[in-house]
Design a protein. Structure first.
Length: 138
């Protein structure tokens, strides 16, 4: 397995609407994608384009959302995860598992429409890490 491109930084937020205003008005973001619900993962997401990556704004969809617990500990929100691309999601999962890393669940379809999985922060230098199969249009 080889480390791929940083696809995005996930940022948990109590309000995507307020975060969009921040990235637009304070940070000068020119391209902010339309927010959409991802019920299978219990979140609403919105991508903010940067010149070389994206910021993924993540808002919980109800109290059952995994983001709800994060925001309970960090009410203002903050960095939630980093996401790296790999060419083959199943090969990457097997590689991490062979290294003894705790993979959180089976690959599933993420917000970009490609397979993803997460690796536990204790095995990734303290950072929750999303591994994402490179979208076919890249």
């Amino acid at each position: 397995m080889k480390l791929g491109r940083l696809n995005h930084v996930g940022v948990a937020t109590p309000s995507i609407e307020n975060s969009i205003a921040f990235y637009r008005d304070v940070m000068g973001a020119g391209v902010i994608r339309e927010p959409f619900d991802l019920p299978a993962q219990g979140v609403k997401v919105c991508f903010v384009d940067t010149p070389n990556s994206q910021i993924e704004l993540i808002e919980p969809l109800g109290e059952g959302s995994p983001i709800h617990g994060f925001l309970a500990k960090n009410p203002a929100g903050g960095q939630h995860h980093l996401c790296y691309e790999v060419p083959d999601i199943h090969e990457a999962k097997a590689w991490f598992e062979a290294k003894g890393a705790k993979v959180l669940g089976e690959p599933r379809i993420g917000a970009h429409g490609t397979p993803i999985f997460f690796v536990h922060p204790k095995d990734m230098g303290g950072v929750l890490t999303e591994i994402m199969e490179t979208p076919k249009d890249h």
